[in-house]
Design a protein around this ligand. Structure first.
Ligand code: GDP
Length: 324
């Protein structure tokens, strides 16, 4: 990618919500080239005062639960209310395959052509930390461009939920009924992170099973520790394909927002997230700097050998390498 625009052109374009410039600005942020990163940093700095004015919603669930169908219907539902929606995805598998869960062109076809929606697949491979930085900064761009509702999608497996959870205000978990085990591989930790849970595919023959599953989840939530926000996670049913139950979900998101804004939790959480990401970045950079150091690389080979020969303990080896 060539840098063809100046900082001011990027900024003015983003501020005016110019789709093409916004798209190029995101690519700039995702770039790993030094000169792009320097310009991206300046751009973010300029956008920061205009950011923050949105509700950031995380959405997760196992593959097949209906996330893209849900985002498509929900997106239509809320853009009809006159809101501007941006959709992003964090895909842990993209690190290996270079692909993306939103890269599939058949997903969210209608929403992609909606002038009040912007769907951005996270195509960039890299460490989860790198993807997280790009996602957080892309959120800042979207907010500067006037997007008031941000959806961050992730697959309900592995570490990416924790990452998404630490960059959104509100977390929605989609589940399915009837699989016998209602939690279907969703870890308890993820259940505990959810502010809203909806049993999807509550349609046709599945309506009653979905209602039963919702009741069960509601019961099991009572056994969880109280949430930090004081908010009691809401459990609903919905049918993404028939656009049913979406109003309820939106109302719950708004109550969550109002509740946590009134209690001060909303701002407090964003502040904590900002501090968290600073420390994360420090940790990642320190680690990178350490392992990329030529003398460390050399020493590491020798020390690993000594370790394997039982000449040194792991702890001593680490201290030695750290120069302590
Ligand atoms: P994702 O992998 O979580 O993004 O799931 P998809 O949105 O791709 O949906 C997986 C499958 O479930 C598709 O065949 C959808 O048509 C279907 N599906 C999604 N939502 C619903 C729903 O509300 N009801 C029914 N019956 N099927 C649905």
């Amino acid at each position: 990618m060539k840098i063809e625009l100046t900082l001011d052109e990027y900024f003015t374009g983003v501020k005016a919500s110019d789709r093409s410039i916004l798209s190029r600005a995101i690519t700039l942020i995702e770039s790993t080239k030094k000169e792009h990163q320097a310009l991206a940093e300046e751009l973010i700095q300029k956008c920061l005062p205009f950011s923050g004015n949105s509700i950031r919603i995380g959405i997760t669930g196992v593959p097949g639960v209906g996330k893209s169908t849900f985002i498509e219907s929900f997106g239509k539902h809320i853009t009809n209310k006159g809101l501007k929606l941006a959709v992003l995805a964090i895909d842990p598998s993209s690190q290996k395959s270079g692909g993306s869960i939103l890269g599939d062109k058949t997903r969210m076809e209608e929403l992609s052509s909606n002038p009040n929606a912007f769907i951005r697949p996270t195509a960039s491979a890299g460490s989860l930390g790198g993807v997280a930085r790009a996602t957080r900064e892309t959120i800042i761009l979207f907010e500067t461009a006037g997007y008031d509702t941000i959806l961050v999608e992730t697959v309900g497996v592995g570490q990416s939920e924790t990452t998404v959870h630490s960059m959104v205000d509100c977390f929605l978990l989609l589940l399915l009924a009837g699989a016998g085990d209602e939690l279907q591989g969703i870890k308890r930790g993820i259940m505990e992170m959810a502010d809203l849970i909806s049993i999807n595919k509550a349609d046709g023959d599945n309506i009653n099973a979905a209602k039963r599953a919702a009741a069960q989840v509601k019961n099991s939530i009572h056994l969880f520790p109280a949430t930090e926000s004081g908010w009691i996670p809401q459990v609903e049913t919905c049918s993404a394909i028939n656009s049913l139950g979406l109003d309820n979900i939106w109302d719950n998101i708004k109550s969550f927002e109002n509740n946590t804004k009134n209690s001060g939790y909303f701002t407090e959480k964003r502040q904590k997230q900002a501090i968290f990401w600073m420390h994360q970045t420090i940790k990642e950079q320190l680690e990178n700097r350490f392992y990329q150091d030529a003398s460390i690389k050399e020493k590491l080979i020798k020390i690993e050998k000594a370790l394997l020969n039982n000449e040194i303990s792991s702890y001593q080896a680490a201290k030695n390498l750290l120069g302590e």
